[in-house]
Design a binder for this molecule. Sequence first.
Ligand SMILES: NC(=O)c1ccc[n+]([C@@H]2O[C@H](COP(=O)([O-])OP(=O)(O)OC[C@H]3O[C@@H](n4cnc5c(N)ncnc54)[C@H](OP(=O)(O)O)[C@@H]3O)[C@@H](O)[C@H]2O)c1
Length: 299
Amino acid sequence: MDCNCSHVILVGRTEATLLETKALLQKESSSLSSTSAASATATTVSIQRCDITSSADVQLLALHVRDVLDAVGERVGDENLRLTHVVLNAGSGAILRFVDSSWPEYEAVARSMMELNYFANVRLLHTFLPLMTSKPSSNGSNISSNNGSRKTTAAARVLIVSSLAGVLPSTLRSSYTASKHAMQGFINALRGEYRSDVVTFTNACPGYVDTAFHAKAASASSATPSSNNKNSTASSHRASSMSASECARICVAACLNGEPEIIMTLSGKLGYWLRPLIPRVVDRLAAKKSFASVGLKGP
Ligand SMILES: NC(=O)c1ccc[n+]([C@@H]2O[C@H](COP(=O)([O-])OP(=O)(O)OC[C@H]3O[C@@H](n4cnc5c(N)ncnc54)[C@H](OP(=O)(O)O)[C@@H]3O)[C@@H](O)[C@H]2O)c1
């Protein structure tokens, strides 16, 4: 928000997780304000249970965001408060071999990937971008800060937690790869509709991050390939993975810097730069890595 205070709205489907994260944030914020010159900056936190694939839930979320903007605006005496930061993090994956799945199964998984990783995020942006980029004028009409008639104090920021699968192939995860590529293509096209001093969009592309994501992806389909040494592969993968907090720190830094894209890990960066030059080699290595991640050798 454009004031010497901030309010964070945590969104997800599981209330217990939201409450736990809220408590963590509040603890972090009070220890920061007691040790730094930022003591004048007050951070408040609210939670909103929301399945982002449900349009009814998103409408309720929009009401909550407007209520928060009104309440904080009233408190600080500014009726033109904007939503300044949006993080699109929710997502899920699925591991399945295309030809080993029946069409109904593959189609169901592919549609659910697109529904959450692409359409839900696109709808969230359609709902919230107007609250980030325009301010109501004193006579009630909207003045778009994208039309050059009015300069905003600082650019609003959108962080999209994509994946290396948004820029490189992730074999056995074709439906996930397609949904992340779709979201990145959408964002790269959308970015051109805005001035960078109004709003910036950062596609963040992490590699393997140590979260519950992989276990959920492995159980998303009965056609998930597996091997006998799955456990040892999973733990060797975990050893080379990034922690969620380190990933979040890199994503947020890039977003606050207004970077259009951040590619993580050395192999991710090498793959990204070399693929236009030697696509066959990069795709073969990417496939090898993907098969190894489920304990298999590949074709
Ligand atoms: N872990 C990795 O290696 C990795 C690598 C690259 C990119 N990513 C990306 O990072 C993002 C976060 O993944 P993660 O690793 O933290 O996985 P995670 O532990 O499974 O977390 C997924 C998050 O998304 C929320 N979510 C899922 N479906 C939702 C829905 N329909 N509505 C609202 N919230 C929903 C979940 O909350 P609730 O379940 O409570 O709703 C949870 O907070 C994803 O976009 C993923 O594609 C992950």
